[in-house]
Design a protein around this ligand. Structure first.
Ligand code: NAI
Length: 306
């Protein structure tokens, strides 16, 4: 197995660290900055001698090194600064995505592509357009992270283990994401039976702004520990053909009443990428939020020149 990670910044390098420790296969780390991926790859290889893994990690500035990757993860691009929304990154990151995806198309045409760069749903669309790969082989990481944030806040509120929380967040990876309390539960009990409406509303609000909360605290850069953990969960489900249902940004062809856009939905993830999309029941208010969220993604796609 060969996994390539494009972008050796916070998310990319931390993802490589997690993947290396799991020994899924060889890893190539690519960045435009000379020396950066090489230096981080060496450091991570040496960590293997201490932790005890034999994963081979190669740092490179040359896309020829990603040849024949089974999975390519795109983390290249600018991250938010305090006060910025993910959408503010659209111009700079579209250019970067185009460059990266031309190279993936040329060197790793059989690869499954996981996009991470923000604004996520729009950048995943760029990846599909530029690579021309099948939609089930191109998808984005967002929902696992948002769901993880929601689950973490729920566990704190109930003073229970995060492992006993099943949360669900769908929709665009932005201010219009849609945490779903009725599809979230703790040890089988739906959230609305465990917490009052006001408390749930507070947790939902904090989840929606969970990324911005971290950006504001860090003052430089954005989250990467939870994002890299989310990426690895997707990689694991693909490589082990687990067929787990995970919330990811998937290309919709009629599901949830949407066509031709990427959007966060629960999907079955296995060795063939997205192997099915699960349609959850939503109330009228939630359907409305989804409509607004998809409209803003469509607007961005129209604005793009891909
Ligand atoms: P970072 O700034 O630490 O790293 C980005 C890396 O991309 C840098 O090393 C930079 O040199 C590299 N890069 C820039 N242009 C490139 C190109 N043309 N080819 C190859 N490499 C290039 O940023 P960080 O924190 O790693 O975030 C990366 C991206 O992931 C950002 O767009 C961020 O918003 C996004 N993100 C998305 C999440 C999600 O839920 N989907 C969660 C966290 C971050």
């Amino acid at each position: 197995v060969k996994i390539s990670v494009i972008g050796a910044g916070n998310v990319g390098a931390t993802t490589v660290q997690r993947l290396a420790e799991m020994e899924f296969g060889n890893i190539v780390l690519v960045d435009i900055v000379e020396g950066l991926p090489q230096g981080k790859a060496l450091d991570l290889m040496q960590a293997g001698a201490i932790i005890g893994y034999d994963t081979k990690i190669k740092g490179s500035n040359d896309y020829a090194d990603i040849a024949d990757s089974d999975i390519t993860i795109i983390t290249a691009g600018a991250a938010r600064k305090p006060g910025m929304s993910r959408a503010d990154l659209i111009n700079i990151n579209t250019k970067i995505m185009k460059d990266v995806c031309e190279n993936i198309k040329q060197y790793a045409p059989e690869s499954i592509v996981i996009a991470v760069t923000n604004p996520l749903d729009v950048m995943t669309y760029v990846a599909l357009e530029v690579t021309g790969f099948e939609p089930n082989h191109v998808f984005g990481m967002s929902g696992i992270l948002d769901t993880g944030r929601f689950a973490s806040f729920i566990a704190d509120e109930l003073a229970c283990s995060k492992r006993d929380v099943e949360a669900m967040v769908i929709g665009g990876h932005g201010d219009q994401m849609l945490p779903l309390p009725q599809h979230s539960s703790v040890f089988g009990t739906p959230l609305p039976e465990l917490l009052g409406e006001d408390v749930i509303a507070g947790l939902v609000e904090r989840t929606i702004h969970g990324g911005a909360e971290i950006v504001a605290l860090l003052k430089q850069g954005s989250a990467f520990y939870a994002p890299s953990a989310a990426i690895v969960q997707m990689v694991e489900s693909i490589l082990r053909d687990e067929k787990r249902v995970l919330p990811v940004s998937a290309y919709l062809e009629g599901e949830y009443g949407q066509k031709g856009i990427y959007f966060g939905v629960p999907a079955k993830i296995g060795c063939d990428g997205i192997e099915g999309i699960i349609e959850l029941e939503l109330n009228e208010e939630q359907k409305q939020v989804l409509e607004e969220s998809s409209a803003s993604i469509k607007e961005s796609i129209d604005y793009l020149d891909v």
